[in-house]
Every structure is written in C-alpha cells, then in structure tokens.
Design a protein around this ligand. Structure first.
Ligand code: M6R
Length: 606
C-alpha cells in the first residue's frame, strides 16, 4: 500500500512527481504529498489529504522548483486521513516518505523521546525521528543504524537537509525499484512508474541503501560496501499505461483480455502441447508432487479455486486453496512432496509472500504465477510463470485474473500429460479448446450492451445474491467480489444448493439475483434452485450458454447467452461477462471505478 517515488535529474521535479504519483495512485489515495529541493537548496514539503489532483491544485500557485524530490500517495494505516498525517514527514534534519508498517513505533517513540516534536499520528514520523537521532553528518550510517531498530515492513525514501539534492532509500519487504537514464535517476514502488524513461531497472535488494543524485546511483549493503545491482528489463511497452480512450482503466483492461490471454498461452504451446521449458519448470516437478496447495488473496485466490476444480476433475490430484492470510495459522500439512503455488498479480501482496516463505521453510517446492516481473514473490519462488497481462492499473483485477486462469489451464494440461493421465491427443484437444477462449471473450465483449442493460436493474439494490453450483459457484465468488468492491452493493455468492439451509430467508422481491448456469451436469439442479428463488419473488438475471434450452424466457428478468465452449472453459467468457456487469453498475452509479473507496491495488500490509 502507498506509492512512493524519488527522482533526481534534469526535469522539473514537481510535474514529474505529480504525474508519477497519479500513476501510483492505485496503491492508495487517501492523501498525497511531495518534498523537493528548491532552487535555494532548502527542502520544501507540500501535502494534503485527498487525491493527487488536490495536491496539483495546491501546487499551482506555489513557486517552488527543483530537480530532486520525492512523493507519496497514501493508504492510511496509522492515523486518520488528514493533512498532518499525509507524507512526507519532517523531523529535525530528516524528511521522509514511507510505505509499510512500523510495528514497534510506540517503543521507539518512548525510547528516543520523540513525542515533543511529533506533529502527526503516524508510525512514519517516528522513523524520521529515529533517523534524526542517529544522524551525525553521515546519512548512510544514520539509515543503517536506524533500520536495525525497526520492526515491520518499510520502503523509505529519505532526504537530509545537509544533502538536499540527494535521494536515499532503503527497504524491508515493501518494494522499491530503481531505473537510471540520461533523463534522470528514479526510484518508485513499481516498475511501470520507473520505466518512464528506460526499460532497464533493478529491484533494490532488502536492507540495501540507495544513494542517488543527478550524476550517480550508488547501492550499499548494510556493512557499507558498494554492491552492483542486477539489471532487469521490463517486457511491456513504455506508454502502455494510458486509458486508450476508455473512461476508466478497468474498461480498457477488460477489453484487452482476448489479446493478453493469447499472449500468455501462445509462447507456451509447442506442437500442440503445453511446455514450460523457458521457465525451467521441469516435468519432474509437475510429476513428483503428491499434493498441491495454492496460496493467494482476493481475486488471485478465486483463480486458485478454478485451478482446484481442474486439478480434481482433470488430474484427480488433491489441491488445497488457502487464503494466504490464514495459511500459516492453520498449521498446513506440507512437506517436500508438496507443490505450493502462489498466485499474485503484483507479486508483492505481503500475505501471499509470507505464506510462500512459510511453505519454503516447511520444505515445499514453490512455484508462483505473477504478473509483475521481478516482484518479491517471484524472487522468493523456486519457479516462476509470468502472466502477460501487462500493467493492470484499475484496483479491480480483470485481465490479471483471466491470464492467471490461462496459466492454470496450461499447468493442468502439462501435468496431465507428464503423469500419463491424458493421452497426447486429449491434451492437444484440451489446448485447442483453451485457444478458443479469446474468441469466446470477444463474443461477450461484442454483446456488452446487453450486460449494461442487466446492470441497470441492480443500480438501486442494497443487496444481491449470485447463485450457482460447482465451477459456476467459483466464477460467482469472483463476480461477486467485483460487484462489491467497485459498486458498494452488498453481494453474496452462494452455492445454490445451500440456499435452502438458511440464506433463502433473505430473498424477497427486492433482492436481485444473478444466476450462472454453464455446466451441463449441473444445469437441471441449478435451474431448480433458481426457480426456488423466483418463487420468493426474486428478480433473476441469468447468465447461461447459447446451447442450453432454458425455456420460459419470460420467467427471467434478463438472460445473457454465453458462447459455447467445453464446460471447463466456460469460466473465461462467464467471468468477463460478470466483470462487465460490475463495471457498468459502478460507472452508472457515477463512482470512480478505478479507485474504489478504502482500497489499494497492492496490499503490502498484513
Ligand atoms: O496482487 P495480488 O494479485 O496478490 O492481489 C491480491 C488481491 O489483493 C487482489 O486480487 C484483489 O482482491 C483485487 N484487486 C480484487 O479485484
């Protein structure tokens, strides 16, 4: 959570910081602020509660100018959403911004007697106080001594009054990536933000200090030795970040799905068979494990649930899907025969990262499915398979989810092949069907006006239910999360057979119900459950497939027909239909679809 940036170079830093903060705003948007070295060599801070737009307005009338500075966009943890709690914070000679949580800030406050000079309720200001306490003219030494005292996670960007045009940074767990070009040296929370000038970047290693000014970037380890960074290359196009003419990133990202799914699968199919040779995921790894466990959060966890259905129905292998935040507290049964798969768009979700580390300590083989190159979870894993979704900016995950699914289908097919569960021809047929999914998604997108019409029926609802069984239920869990997070309508996905055991009491003629019916073997039972809610007055919006005879169209408020694929693959077009449904509800209600309240794109606090 929180987006941070530091820049030194030949550009006017104010505009540069504001533009980059806007790019990073998906990480938190409770407040925004910048600090920069003004032309007189003094550090100036401007900050306010609210969005970067507000900060931009505030800065319009100011005359501060410079070529070095840092910025922050906040997702509040310690202290309310106020101007005082906005970053940067100043204490003595120190100005800093922070992403993460300092768990022992109260003890530090007491130990170093900082309270008299504190102006905010944040843990961050205490860190500034600690660094100020240890500062005796040597910034690297002060940073090193201070971070030894911190408990928690942090990415800190620091400016010292005595070195106003130099940017220092250090991190533990929370990300910082750095890029250098003739236009300047930049560091930030994510790759998309630093790769504005160059595709080459490096990940700041944990507990290493970076010192950068206009001329140079130097990296030090904790003992003060200079370290050579490992340069990586971003593999998405610079400038791929705009909204492309759509009102919101979410809409653009929904539309991109056919292409990015294709990109994710095509390079991994050789002679009609899935292969992961480039990723060096050996067949032994896929053949020898006797259990699989997915750890993930939110949408990524929902992708895992679909993977579970594939593992059970295609492979007949036991797969657990665990909420990463619960994983290590549930005493999971793991050994060196367990393959633990971490799924994450950002690759920085701390719950998932900690679950993965726990699994590694327990001896598991670890594989991650990640979108952002070089992210922490990728670096911690034995094997990594990247999705090719490109930058996903909207907080609500769409194309990251469907590309995660695409990788799970490929993995299932490879496992079925190497374990001799499916013969070569059947694996090829499975892959051919997967290759049809971009086409099916395009069909859904073409008919999006129908989904928009359905969405209008729930605009005034307070609660909705989404019902289905089996794979349909897994799809709805994700569809329901989408609706909740961006439209603020309470929505509950429910296994439709379970309704009659209590929840049906909540169904009235004021409760819109979304029903998903895509699985041949479940269709009749699902239809019976739908009729049960209709009998209680519910208005049902039905998503089903073209080939299903459902009869009595008048019974339903609206019906959307999905293009036909084999049952297991219906997830992809159906999920895109539900993404569009949530999107239109949110947009029609006039919400900021890309930045729903209280949320952030990257969740780096536990
Ligand atoms: O970056 P990750 O995939 O690890 O993020 C996990 C969740 O925070 C994320 O999927 C979240 O649930 C989505 N933004 C919901 O749309």
């Amino acid at each position: 959570m929180c987006g941070i940036i530091g820049y030194t170079g030949n550009k006017d830093v104010t505009g540069m910081l504001l533009d980059t903060l806007e790019m990073l705003e998906y990480r938190g948007y409770d407040s925004a602020g910048i600090a920069l070295c003004d032309t007189d060599g003094k550090i100036r801070v401007v900050k306010c509660a609210g969005r970067v737009k507000g900060l931009r307005n505030l800065l319009e009338d100011s005359h501060i100018k410079g070529n070095s500075g840092m910025g922050h966009t906040r997702w509040a943890t310690h202290g309310g959403v106020t101007d005082q709690n906005a970053h940067p914070h100043r204490y003595g000679h120190i100005t800093l911004v922070h992403n993460g949580i300092i768990e022992n800030y109260k003890e530090l406050n007491d130990k170093y007697q900082l309270q008299d000079m504190l102006c905010s309720e944040t843990d961050t200001e205490v860190v500034a106080g600690v660094i100020n306490h240890f500062y005796n003219g040597d910034p690297i030494d002060a940073i090193r001594r201070s971070v030894m005292k911190l408990k928690g996670t942090f990415a800190l960007v620091i400016m010292f009054d005595d070195f106003p045009d130099t940017i220092f940074a250090i991190r533990n767990v929370s990300p910082i990536v750095v890029s250098s070009s003739e236009k300047g040296n930049i560091l930030a929370s994510d790759v998309a933000a630093v790769c504005q000038f160059s595709k080459d970047y490096f990940v700041l290693p944990e507990l290493h200090t970076i010192m950068m000014n206009r001329e140079s970037v130097k990296l030090y380890d904790l003992s003060g030795e200079i370290v050579e960074p490992e340069i990586l290359t971003a593999d998405w196009e610079l400038g791929q970040n705009g909204k492309g003419g759509f009102p919101f990133y979410m809409e653009k990202e929904i539309m991109e799905q056919p292409e990015v799914i294709q990109k994710t699968i095509e390079g991994r199919i050789l002679d009609g068979l899935p292969c992961f040779t480039e990723e060096e995921v050996t067949d032994d790894v896929l053949r020898d494990c006797n259990r699989i466990c997915v750890v993930a959060c939110g949408t990524a966890m929902h992708a895992g649930l679909v993977g579970q259905v594939l593992a059970h129905s295609v492979l007949g292998i036991h797969m657990d899907v665990e909420l990463a935040s619960e994983f290590m507290y549930a005493d999971p049964v793991i050994d060196d025969q367990t393959l633990v798969i971490a799924i994450s768009q950002s690759g920085e979700t701390i719950d998932t990262l900690e679950a993965l580390k726990y699994a590694k300590r327990a001896g598991a083989i670890t594989l991650s499915i990640i979108n952002v190159r070089g992210a922490s979870i990728a670096r911690e894993s034995d094997y990594v398979i990247y999705t090719y979704a490109g930058p996903e900016v909207a907080v609500a995950s769409t194309k990251a989810y469907t590309t995660q699914l695409a990788v799970l289908y490929l993995l299932t097919a490879r496992m079925a092949f190497v374990r001799g569960i499916l013969c070569e021809d059947d694996v090829k047929t499975f892959i051919l069907e997967l290759q049809q999914t971009p086409w099916a998604i395009r069909q859904v997108i073409q008919k999006r006006d129908q989904i928009h019409k359905m969405a209008r029926r729930v605009l005034d609802a307070r609660d909705t239910f989404m019902i289905g069984r089996g794979l349909d239920y897994s799809i709805l869990l994700e569809g329901s999360l989408k609706l909740k997070e961006i439209s603020y309508i309470h929505s509950e996905a429910y296994a439709s057979g379970e309704l009659k055991h209590g929840t049906i009491a909540l169904i009235t003629d004021k409760t819109p119900v979304v029903a998903m019916v895509t699985q041949k073997r479940l269709k009749d039972k699902e239809m019976s459950n739908i009729r049960e809610v209709c009998a209680r007055g519910a208005k049902v919006m039905l998503f089903t497939r073209e080939s299903f005879e459902i009869g009595g169209i008048d019974e339903w408020s609206e019906v959307f027909e999905l293009p036909d694929l084999e049952d297991l693959f219906m997830v992809l077009p159906a999920s895109v239909a539900l993404q569009l449904f949530a999107y239109y509800v949110s947009a029609d209600k006039g919400f900021d679809v890309d930045k729903p309240r209280n949320l952030a794109k990257v969740v780096t606090v536990e």
